[in-house]
Design a protein around this ligand. Sequence first.
Ligand SMILES: Nc1ncnc2c1ncn2[C@@H]1O[C@H](COP(=O)(O)OP(=O)(O)OP(=O)(O)O)[C@@H](O)[C@H]1O
Length: 252
Amino acid sequence: MIGLEDASVSFGARPLLSGISFTVPVGRSMAVLGPNGRGKTTLLRALLGFQPLAKGRRSAPKIAGYVPQHGASQAKLSGLDVVIMGRAARLGLFGQPSAEDRAAAEEALVEVGACHLAELRYDRMSGGQRQMVMIARAIATSSPALVFDEPTSALDLGNQSRTLELLNTLRLRRDKAILFTTHDPNHALAAADDVLLMMPGGREMHGTVADMIEPDKLSELYGVPMRWVDVNGPTGETRRAILPAFAGIEAA
Ligand SMILES: Nc1ncnc2c1ncn2[C@@H]1O[C@H](COP(=O)(O)OP(=O)(O)OP(=O)(O)O)[C@@H](O)[C@H]1O
């Protein structure tokens, strides 16, 4: 289980998170949505112990699979080496990766569909390729907690779709607590059970995807009118998507 209980974070005199509580049990996935600068990254960092709490408590396993929004450069390491680093916390200070660690890293690369990145230097990869490698690294930890900060932000639509399918597959195995931030409510529809809406002005709302991902709440969250649309899926099924009606978009 991962979560925060009555947690507050301040930067200097500025309170950013105030008495926030949520839990993500093993077997469920929660999406966090909120406007830029509202505190989503800070919330993840507080949960993982990278950001001190002014008040409250956090629950997280000692080793978590974490994909930060902006990964470090990992200069000159291959994709596989970066994924093997996900095993590092299990190795101790001077431990060398075993054949088993290597196999787990290779398996994680297969799982995210990024075997072709194993030998490529990480610092020469595109933003999207790095993101896939970092997701593999998180999976390679074998932690029961996976925490992703905007895991699809650098990905094209095809890779977004594949990554969301992967997140959904991980969700449906029901053996991990998964938390991810996103700016697209459709990502919550695709891969989450629950949603935390960090509303403007400091309020939070928490509930199931069905209760949280709906036009009125999202219009309030972003200040943009939202509407449901039906889109045909590849096998003729109807998929519901929720879209912003940006100014300039003509009525359908
Ligand atoms: N170490 C820090 N010191 C001071 N202020 C900080 C620090 N880290 C974050 N902040 C501020 O806290 C606020 C929230 O930042 P955070 O990155 O958590 O937002 P976010 O919701 O993830 O934003 P985005 O959607 O743009 O990624 C921002 O105003 C940011 O400048």
